[in-house]
Design a binder for this molecule. Structure first.
Ligand code: AMP
Length: 305
């Protein structure tokens, strides 16, 4: 089954203590779509300007990502630039230029409206809701958000919450949203706002998953070389949503979500190994499954002789 993904499509400028690259393909929807495409067909919804490289449409086509929902209008593509410090975790945003994004009103092509799986990747919660309003009863809705919306669009975010099955956010966002210092309390408290399940990402320390009296915790893949952490969270969300859409035919169980979280973590581990989403352009399922098996081995603690 395909997954509809809406979010930002950007040209990013990223600086780390050792490298800097300009005008790279970025944006929450770009990362999420590339990750999801390893598990299911993707229907992409977003907006780009006249400066957006045609070659990226060829890339999407090569990954069977349907771009009928990507609007191209006169003007400049959304641009974001940021710089990482030596820990490759702390990030300063230098600029965010909305450009064509300012006029973005997601309009779903008729064929998209019946999609069963939806990933509302990180964009303004009012736009996320606008997409859901155009859909005919999706089976499973995954949403991502960021601190900007918790600070500036809390009402819109609260209105979206009851329509979300799985909310994905990072640890600092979960704390900010709930004013809880404990992530366990924060996860439980966000579930009360509406989402049936909540996944809290902790960067290099893994992720937590909360359900109804159900809890799961996983580590992160032990990577030696991180080149560009940008988009890891979007990739995690795309991997989870893609796995669920492509693999689970019936009702989604907590066990399915646990597996999805490991696949999300695997895809995120590849994402940070190169700038932009370059490492996600041509992975193989063997590479993905090998890391999945490593996760399994890492979490065993009673090993039979
Ligand atoms: P992450 O590293 O997961 O926070 O995602 C980074 C991506 O988010 C970059 O590729 C940016 O283009 C994109 N981005 C940055 N700010 C925003 C925003 N306000 N809305 C949507 N996408 C954004």
């Amino acid at each position: 089954m395909s997954v509809l993904i809406v979010g930002s499509i950007a040209l990013d400028t990223v600086k780390t203590p050792v490298e800097e690259h300009n005008d790279l393909l970025g944006g929450s929807a770009s990362y999420a779509a590339a990750a999801a495409s390893y598990f299911s067909p993707v229907r992409l919804v977003g907006i780009v300007g006249s400066d957006f490289p045609e070659s990226e449409f060829d890339f999407w086509k090569s990954r069977k990502i349907d771009t009928a929902g990507v609007q191209r209008i006169e003007g400049k593509t959304f641009r974001w630039s940021g710089e990482y410090s030596w820990d490759m975790n702390t990030r300063e945003t230098h600029s965010t230029e909305l450009n064509v994004f300012e006029k973005f009103e997601p309009k779903l092509p008729p064929a998209y409206r019946k999609s069963d799986f939806v990933l509302l990747a990180n964009i303004a919660p009012s736009l996320q809701s606008h997409v859901l309003e155009q859909m005919e009863k999706p089976r499973f809705v995954v949403a991502d958000t960021m601190n900007l919306w918790i600070d500036t669009a809390r009402k819109d975010l609260d209105a979206l919450m009851p329509n979300v099955d799985l909310l994905i956010l990072n640890d600092s966002e979960a704390r900010e949203m709930t004013k809880e210092t404990s992530l366990i309390k924060a996860g439980r408290s966000i579930r009360k706002m509406g989402p049936r399940y909540v996944a809290i990402k902790k960067g290099e320390h893994g992720a937590l998953l909360f359900g109804d009296n159900e809890f799961f915790s996983c580590g992160a893949y032990p990577l030696e070389d991180i080149h560009d952490p940008t988009g890891a969270g979007d990739t995690f969300a795309g991997g989870m949503a893609g796995y669920l859409a492509g693999t689970i035919g019936g009702r989604i169980t907590f066990t399915d979500l646990r597996k999805a979280m490991i696949y999300g973590s695997v895809l995120a581990s590849f994402c940070v190994e190169a700038f932009s989403l370059d490492r996600l352009r041509n992975l193989t399922m063997d590479e993905i499954n090998e890391r999945y098996e490593t996760f399994k081995l890492m979490s065993q603690f009673e090993v039979s002789e």
